[in-house]
Design a protein around this ligand. Sequence first.
Ligand SMILES: Nc1ncnc2c1ncn2[C@@H]1O[C@H](COP(=O)(O)OP(=O)(O)OP(=O)(O)O)[C@@H](O)[C@H]1O
Ligand SMILES: [Mg+2]
Length: 379
Amino acid sequence: MTAADLNTGTGGLKIRGLHKHYGTFTAVDGIDLDVPEGSFFALLGPSGCGKTTTLRMVAGLEEPTAGEIMIGGKDISRQRPYQRPVNTVFQSYALFPHMTIFENVAFGLRRRKVDGVDAKVKEMLDLVEMGHLAHRKPTQLSGGQQQRIAVVRALVNKPKVLLLDEPLGALDLKLRRQMQLELKRIQTEVGITFIHVTHDQEEAMTMADTIAVLNKGKVEQMGAPVDLYENPRTAFVAGFLGQTNLLTAKVVGTSGDVLTTDFHGIKITMPVSRMAATTQEVEVGVRPEKIHIAELGEAPVGRNVVDGVIIDASFIGVSTQYVIRTLADAEEEITVFTQNSSTSLRRVGETVSAYWHPDHTFGLHEGAWQEAEAAEVAS
Ligand SMILES: Nc1ncnc2c1ncn2[C@@H]1O[C@H](COP(=O)(O)OP(=O)(O)OP(=O)(O)O)[C@@H](O)[C@H]1O
Ligand SMILES: [Mg+2]
């Protein structure tokens, strides 16, 4: 056993070089993952990127074309599904309609002839505060309640890893948000490793300790939600997680930790570590909420400043979204989100200075804006 295996504990998941081909089509294209024991891990990506296929290979419902899957340092790739220390919750909860809630939860335990079924089921129902509904049938529960039962029905078997494939997909938005918090609470309480598949970036960011962003069968980037959002290393991640501005610029040099780029004669700087490209032509990125608007020429010193004309202003309640066309290049636009306070409203047609802190700037390879836009549409 290597040191890396020890880190994953008995319930950690490690995947190496995982591939799945269907004929000539590659659904999963060489995935490596390290999921520490007890963590809440999200696989995030657009429809068709290979999330379900990956999960099904971990569960043993699909055979990998190549690669290794280990739980607690032990290779489980050749084990039958029922031998693996995992349970899966699918989007359609598939509760048994003719059984009571109690019997639904007890099902796996009875089949494995486990002792103390009553106490174990009760403990699980109490975990989701549904003990009083134990005698009901699934159709007599709301969508959210059924979803909770589907989760505890899997958890009662004490898997080392719980796999969740878009378990909240069937719920309306409000209930979905409630259940995200509820699932997170349950995970913290039971301490089991959760692998949660979703195409909803907000959901992944709310719930997960670590997110792997998948695109076309590959991991684009993996990290804590804040890290992925603030420091995207690919255009896909920048566009899929929230909105971003990208300006085409040239690298002119570095000095210490500061990298300087040139956007039509305007100097835009950033920390060297936030530049993902190695070419001279780059895209300079900044998130819309990081940008402030000042009267023309009134931006504070030490900031990146781009002047432009406000061509659109949309009031969205808590914030206003401005689109600014840069004076330097009429093809380039900057989106700005400002919180609504009484002084912040500006008019279409005003010429202003948009500014932001260099630390909020990141750099991607040239042409990244096209991929980022496509990712934004897919998100
Ligand atoms: N049995 C199969 N035969 C052929 N192609 C398949 C098969 N199963 C999945 N695929 C293809 O593999 C790709 C990945 O599918 P997968 O179900 O893993 O996507 P996903 O990320 O879960 O998407 P969604 O968010 O829509 O559920 C898709 O293009 C899909 O059409
Ligand atoms: Mg899927």
